[in-house]
Design a protein around this ligand. Structure first.
Ligand code: KG4
Length: 343
């Protein structure tokens, strides 16, 4: 086995994930066990179910990850003793979900005598951009858009993050999920809404662009969600059928317009020449296209993570974990879950 190898663990929301990364940053194994089916009928993630499913899945995910890494090196499976360190997402996220990953990582660190590394979940989303753009270097602006977070960050240097602004209520992904729930389209809402939106007319219904001209980097999504739900209820009362593609496209355009407008101001004010997107909503084709269009004209490079690395996964956690390993930046065995950890 070519070492040193870092195992990374991610359990902040509804994916139990592990990966093995070598010292050059090559991902030797990456396993994601999603719980989507268990949450779908509730239209969103139920925290207690998430914790319990992580507990059920986590040993199997480790075995599969070690077997996959073994196959990468042409042997049957790796043993925990083949690893050099174990990194784990310690926050932010659902506290009960984080606790499962953190406690498991600590158990493994003690049992296999490995150093422990704490990773910030959003730094993972941010660094997922390095998979396809390894030359991405600070300073740049990052737009982090997921089911739990919506923020604009000025990345001054790796590890030196200035949060320019964030949502004051719902996250972007949460808005997609809640609109899908109101339409009975299941969970997660993002993929289904974006597929419908591709066939719809963005100008069919006018929805508010909240805080678009607020002069700061704060976002608000709950008014938009309410406007969409009010529209659905109005059409239902009037007995009119809802044109789902038009509704989805109009909603998505309202989200994208605000994201792009604020990101553009952030790029202008910070004077950077790179912007990247991270988080589950970075998979949204309309958002990606709008960024390319706006920033392409300005000569600003847009970097996006590969589709497989947009949603929660442990390969992205492996990047900051490896950096910490190489820098000798280890956590104590008293490490606790930090559900609201600031970036
Ligand atoms: O990053 P992620 O897996 O979990 C969090 O850390 O929150 O993001 C999940 C979120 C969900 O809200 C999901 O609806 C959204 O990402 N999402 C999308 C798309 N694919 C996933 N939102 C919009 N368009 C998509 N294509």
């Amino acid at each position: 086995v070519a070492g040193p190898l870092v195992l990374s663990i991610e359990s902040s929301c509804d994916e139990t994930a592990m990966a093995v990364t070598d010292s050059h940053g090559v991902v030797c194994a990456s396993v994601v066990a999603t719980q989507i089916d268990f949450h779908a009928r509730f239209g969103g993630v139920v925290p207690e179910i998430a914790s319990r499913k992580h507990t059920e899945a986590i040993v199997g995910v480790l075995e599969e990850t070690l077997a996959q890494a073994g196959a990468h090196f042409g042997c049957d499976t790796l043993a925990p003793s083949d690893l050099a360190a174990v990194g784990v997402t310690s926050g932010p996220g659902l506290v009960g979900a984080l606790v499962v990953g953190v406690a498991f990582a600590k158990g493994l660190a003690v049992a296999a005598d490995l150093p422990l590394i704490a990773v910030h979940h959003l730094e993972g989303h941010l660094m997922a951009n390095l998979f396809e753009t390894p030359d991405l270097k600070p300073p740049f602006v990052a737009s982090l858009v997921s089911g739990g977070n919506t923020m604009l960050v000025h990345v001054r240097a790796w590890g030196d993050y200035e949060v320019l602004g964030s949502t004051i209520d719902d996250a972007v992904g949460e808005a997609f999920d809640k609109v899908a729930k109101a339409l009975g389209l299941g969970y997660p809402g993002g993929p289904v809404i974006s597929k419908l939106a591709a066939k719809g007319n963005q100008r069919a219904i006018h929805f508010p662009r909240a805080m678009m001209h607020s002069g700061d980097y704060s976002f608000s999504l709950s008014g938009l969600k309410t406007a969409v739900i009010t529209y659905i209820e109005g059409e239902n009362r009037a007995g009119r059928p809802i044109n789902l593609p038009n509704l989805a496209a109009s909603f998505e355009a309202a989200v994208v317009d605000v994201q792009v407008a604020k990101a553009k101001t952030a790029v202008e004010e910070t004077g950077v020449s790179d912007i990247c997107i991270g988080g589950g909503v970075a998979a949204n084709p309309e958002l990606r296209a709008a960024y390319q269009k706006t920033f392409g004209k300005m000569g600003v490079r847009v970097t996006v993570p590969p589709m497989r690395a947009c949603g929660d996964n442990a390969a992205m956690i492996g990047i900051p974990a490896l950096r910490s390993y190489l820098a000798g930046n280890f956590a104590e065995l008293t490490l606790d879950a930090a559900p609201n950890a600031p970036l």
